[in-house]
Design a protein around this ligand. Structure first.
Ligand code: AMP
Length: 410
């Protein structure tokens, strides 16, 4: 696709040329025509995808093609941090070089002089305001912000703003805006609280998603809260006597891999391990056996796991919560290929709750926490270390057998 296909104002095309963009990015291809058409939009896209230009370009187009253009605030971009606000304002300045649309970034932390500069720009009619919510409220409270001509509201990095507790400020700001407006929401993730929030402030939005891939739809995901010293017993309970042709266990440390190997071999389970103490040839041989289903259970360290390319695993056990939320998605993607159903079970110790919350945020749903089976002992307290329980309110798991089914991939 070419930028020329969007039929943007020729002066904006000059700006795109001057900045040196050749072709639109996928989020731009998806968002620009929809924004020009006037509909509300939810875009699930991360920083680095070109999301800023995806709304800045149609915004500028809308402003410069407006009849009877006046010096009033026409667009408000809300951003979580001063750094992002500055970055957005810089892109705006770059693109509007040939069209002369005025903008100002309004953010906290500056001096009283900065506040006065912002105040003057707001009063004399900057056409686009890029603001952090708290600072904008200070200006609104002073009584000179006129939003009566506003046509666009953009929420950038909405998930981060909600994480930072800005929801009440945003709702307050919105109460000052005209009801008839176009609202665009950009977010890297779409957890339940963002969904609920979008329902409050967007009107029949279109939706585009460029999020990281979600685990396959037929993977059953669950987790146990467990102390480290209960984990081996729990693995045994989960595997022994079950019809699981292929089980892959990921663990963070070499020593826990070795302990597990020893312990499960003692239980007469069919298990092999790979870790960095093995020679390359030995690792290859173990992998070959596991792939060919000559060995039922493979235990591997995190580092080694990145290079493992095996599909169709019946059960994945994350012996620790993966440090990197995307690693979780990739691992879980190893199960349930084709029409098979797989399971992914994660052990969460009392220090890993926060990391696990990040995973749930990334995949956009809460993963069911199961009670420990009999004989394992008492689980760690549910709430310890959980920073924000309210993120998932109302979204209880409903999957078969106590597991949560991930939503169908669109
Ligand atoms: P963003 O996701 O908006 O933070 O953009 C990430 C980076 O991609 C920024 O440095 C943009 O200048 C750049 N960028 C955005 N759109 C394009 C494009 N169509 N072609 C080349 N670079 C782009």
């Amino acid at each position: 696709m070419k930028f020329s296909e969007f039929k943007l104002d020729s002066r904006i095309m000059q700006g795109i040329d001057a900045i040196g963009y050749e072709n639109p990015t996928p989020v731009q291809e998806g968002a620009i025509p929809q924004i020009i058409s006037g509909s509300d939009l939810i875009a699930c896209a991360q920083t680095g995808t070109g999301k800023t230009a995806a709304y800045v370009l149609p915004l500028l187009h809308g402003i410069v093609t407006e009849k009877n253009r006046t010096d009033t605030i026409k667009a408000l971009v809300l951003a979580p941090t001063r750094e992002l606000a500055v970055q957005i304002d810089q892109q705006l300045e770059g693109f509007s070089y040939f069209v002369g649309v005025s903008s100002i970034a309004v953010y906290g932390g500056g001096s009283g002089v900065d506040f006065e500069v912002e105040k003057k720009a707001i009063k004399t009619g900057a056409e686009i305001l890029v603001a952090t919510p708290g600072r904008l409220i200070s200006h609104i409270n002073s009584g000179y912000v006129d939003f009566s001509h506003l046509r666009y509201l953009i929420l950038d990095e909405a998930d981060r703003m909600l994480d930072m507790g800005f929801q009440p400020d945003i709702m307050k700001i919105i109460s000052y805006l005209p009801k008839k407006r176009q609202t665009l929401l950009f977010s890297a993730t779409m957890p339940g609280d963002i969904r609920a929030f979008t329902k409050k402030i967007l009107h029949n939005p279109n939706e585009i998603s460029l999020a990281v891939s979600k685990p396959a739809e037929n993977v059953l995901q669950a987790a146990y809260r467990v102390y480290d010293n209960q984990k081996i017993a729990l693995v045994k309970k989960l595997i022994a006597g079950k019809d699981l042709p292929s089980v892959l266990i990921f663990s963070a440390t070499k020593s826990s891999v070795k302990d597990l190997e020893k312990e499960l071999q003692r239980q007469k389970l069919d298990i092999k391990a790979i870790h960095s103490d093995l020679e390359q040839d030995q690792r290859k041989e173990v992998l070959r056996q596991f792939k060919n289903r000559e060995v039922q259970i493979l235990v591997a360290t995190d580092i080694v796991s990145r290079g493992i390319d095996i599909d169709n695993i019946s059960l994945i056990i994350n012996y620790n919560v993966p440090q990197d939320a995307e690693d979780y998605v990739h691992r879980v993607g190893r199960t349930a290929r084709a029409d098979k159903t797989g399971m992914a079970i994660t052990f969460i110790n009392d220090r890993e709750t926060w990391n696990f919350t990040k995973i749930e945020k990334l995949i956009g749903s809460e993963i069911r926490k199961l009670p420990l089976p009999e004989g394992i002992g008492k689980a760690p307290s549910k709430d310890r270390g959980r920073p924000d329980k309210s993120r998932f309110k109302g979204g209880g798991p409903k999957g078969k057998g106590g597991f949560k089914r991930t939503p169908k991939r669109k």
